[in-house]
Design a protein around this ligand. Structure first.
Ligand SMILES: C[S@@+](CC[C@H](N)C(=O)[O-])C[C@H]1O[C@@H](n2cnc3c(N)ncnc32)[C@H](O)[C@@H]1O
Length: 276
């Protein structure tokens, strides 16, 4: 299962939904509560999980532009959204969905955000991104925030991974594997040297410096034994192996995680930012 495959995104979607910070999401919802319609652009949209998570909290008429560089994920988004909607109509421009009382127009755009972060339609009311910022670099975050601020555009960025990883019961190699995993996270993921576990805080500082008012908080996964927990520890072990942690050490660590881990906490941060 690759880091961005539709199968991985489907596996993590329920945990993401449970993890998102309630105060951050509520502030975003409140900001647009008086509106009857909203145009949203979701960066690194994957299979459309953010739309499914936020649509019920936003105004009745919505237009979403889903941007991703992976056409397979965007094709998966249309299929998953059709399944999620009460009623769906495919047309040349994308999809028209009805979900509860919401009517939602969806279009997709295959695009490399690394080239130009400011890819949203000029009339977008809100830019969103989920599980994206830890892949990006400090330089890219600065470019993105400058472009957002130029249009005084609000941003809702959820599930930016931070440094917290805690398994219980603990294992003597936990720190070594976590450090190697974090080192792997800070490799270039296509945006320049990745901000990795510092991305969330750096994003918040950059937004504040650009005049944004923030509502921010933690949004950790709290995983119990499950397929997602297994896939997460396997991903950590694979990353640690690439960094150079010895195979026999990793095999022992992985066996412990598979057999004994009762809870795994994986930290993230969420932020809603707007210029008042
Ligand atoms: C961890 S996934 C998150 C997907 C989705 N936001 C979610 O929460 O399920 C990161 C997404 O960013 C996309 N992505 C990564 N680098 C990108 C780039 N340079 N340009 C556009 N999309 C990119 C990947 O294809 C993937 O769909």
């Amino acid at each position: 299962m690759s880091g961005f495959s539709p199968a991985w995104l489907a596996l993590r979607e329920p945990a993401d939904r449970a993890a998102r910070n309630r105060d951050v999401i509520a502030r975003c919802a409140l900001t647009f509560a008086a509106r009857s319609s909203l145009k949203v652009c979701d960066l690194g949209a994957g299979t459309g999980a953010a739309l499914r998570a936020f649509a019920d909290l936003l105004p009745g008429e919505q237009q979403w532009t889903l941007v991703d560089r992976d056409p397979e994920n965007l094709a998966g988004a249309l299929t998953a959204l059709e399944a999620w909607a009460d009623k769906a109509l495919r047309h040349d421009a994308g999809l028209t969905l009805h979900h509860g009382l919401r009517r939602i127009e969806v279009r997709t755009e295959v695009l490399d955000l690394a080239r130009d972060p400011a890819c949203w339609p000029m009339d977008s009311d809100l830019v969103t991104a989920s599980a994206l910022f830890d892949l990006t670099s400090a330089a890219w975050i600065k470019r993105l925030v400058a472009a957002l601020a130029a249009g005084r555009r609000p941003l809702l960025a959820t599930l930016t991974a931070d440094e917290k990883i805690a398994a219980s019961p603990p294992h003597p190699l936990d720190k070594k594997v976590a450090a190697a995993f974090r080192q792997h996270q800070s490799r270039d993921k296509g945006f320049g040297p990745s901000a990795g576990a510092d991305a969330g805080r750096f994003l918040e500082q950059t937004l504040e410096a650009a005049g944004y008012a923030l509502t921010a908080g933690e949004s950790p996964w709290v995983l119990e034994p499950s397929e997602l927990l297994q896939a997460t520890v396997e991903g950590m072990a694979a990353a640690a192996a690439e960094i150079g942690v010895a195979g026999d050490e990793l095999a022992a660590w992985l066996e412990h995680q598979r057999e004994n881990t009762k809870q795994l906490i994986v930290g993230h941060r969420d932020v809603f930012a707007r210029i008042l």
